[in-house]
Design a protein around this ligand. Sequence first.
Ligand SMILES: Cc1cc2nc3c(=O)[nH]c(=O)nc-3n(C[C@H](O)[C@H](O)[C@H](O)COP(=O)(O)OP(=O)(O)OC[C@H]3O[C@@H](n4cnc5c(N)ncnc54)[C@H](O)[C@@H]3O)c2cc1C
Length: 427
Amino acid sequence: MWSAGILPALSAEREQLAQLKNHERLAALADGMSALRKQCDSKMDRFIETTPFFTADHRKLSAEVAGLAEREVEVRAGDDEQDADEAVRSYVMLLFEADLLRYAVATPGQKFDLRSFCIIRETLSYSSSLADLAFVMQGLGTYAISQAATEHVRDFWLARAANGKAIGAFALTEPDAGSDVAAIKTIARREGDAYIIDGRKRFISNAGVADFYTVFARTGTRNDGRAEISAFVISARMPGFSVTERTEMMAPHPIGELEFKGCKVPAEDMIGAPGDGLRLSLQTLDLFRASVGAAASGMARRALDESILHAKTREQFGRPLSGHQLIQEKLADMATELDAARLLVYRAAYLKDAGADSSTREASQAKLFATEAAGRIIDQAVQIHGGTGLVRGSVVERLYRDVRALRIYEGTSEIQKLVIANQLLKE
Ligand SMILES: Cc1cc2nc3c(=O)[nH]c(=O)nc-3n(C[C@H](O)[C@H](O)[C@H](O)COP(=O)(O)OP(=O)(O)OC[C@H]3O[C@@H](n4cnc5c(N)ncnc54)[C@H](O)[C@@H]3O)c2cc1C
């Protein structure tokens, strides 16, 4: 939280910033941020400090990443003119230099530390959804490889992903296979010591930015008549592979369509055995699901902080907005929903780290509640900001657009409800 004495200055400064051109605005923002940072009470997050899910290492990590985000990510996030592809590339290097990519790229034989992963996602999302995307895609793109690729292929890609030299992507969704992942039509045919891949993928994050893609394709039909799905790691340079469309989303996010036309990949680039693909894709999504809730919590936390700041500094009817009880009610609801979201997220992460037999239900509950709650919290933040909350480039306006995708990707809210009910009925 910012100390009370600097709040009016910050508010006035923001009004001026809105009038400036982008480069002037950035310079002013950087100056303003550094002046404010000096007066910051404490960087330690009270939730992380006081809830029992975390070790001393987690608490230290949380403070370190918060410092990095303030110093390095804040100013870049405010740059309206920055190209999203370039932003992702530069964030990957920043995360490598800060020694954070090792939390995303699993080391074979070592347990994945989901609480650290969630802490980093939450903290990066507080400042920039693109910084968060850069981080999470190194995990989504490599997890199946770390679990099941042949040693040679695994070591090749994991080493490059961990040092920021190769950017990853996860290619499951197709035009006719969204929530119903088993309906994919992309086909991989065995031909000698290679597979020939034909088909299309859509809504693939990092399409056109990634150096390698973990791709899921049908390799046959199982005895029960269902598709046999296998996973492959495919270099972006492979002949027969192309990015056919870059899709413009409502918020900056490098994403697009892939096409495979007679794309020949060595058989050793299959991840695991034929037919392991569906299990590997679901394992990956199961592991990372709670962390989407962490990203949502980071955005919601920022929205709450911005709202408190605005409510304390903006005066209407002769007193600050924070003096009006209807505004206080909103802040109370936002803070309570945020705490509930974070409790669900870190419970799921804790259970996974503790080696619980299953944390599928808890992970889906975390994703469902945190992403839906973040939508509500950020909507209230816009309301508290009035017209300024709709001004293009303001923090809450950016959050409003950024948060929407989280209820859709890695399993929609509806699919999370089906998973939760399914688990309950099984228990
Ligand atoms: C920003 C963004 C990034 C993404 N990144 C990736 C990526 O990197 N890799 C990747 O493979 N995919 C990615 N996706 C795709 C994402 O995973 C899918 O969009 C998502 O799974 C939903 O699929 P769909 O869009 O085809 O919607 P559909 O499956 O067509 O669903 C449409 C609506 O119907 C509902 N619905 C579907 N089935 C049921 C049911 N049985 N019961 C009740 N309701 C149902 C859904 O909940 C939804 O509301 C991304 C998507 C977005 C928006």
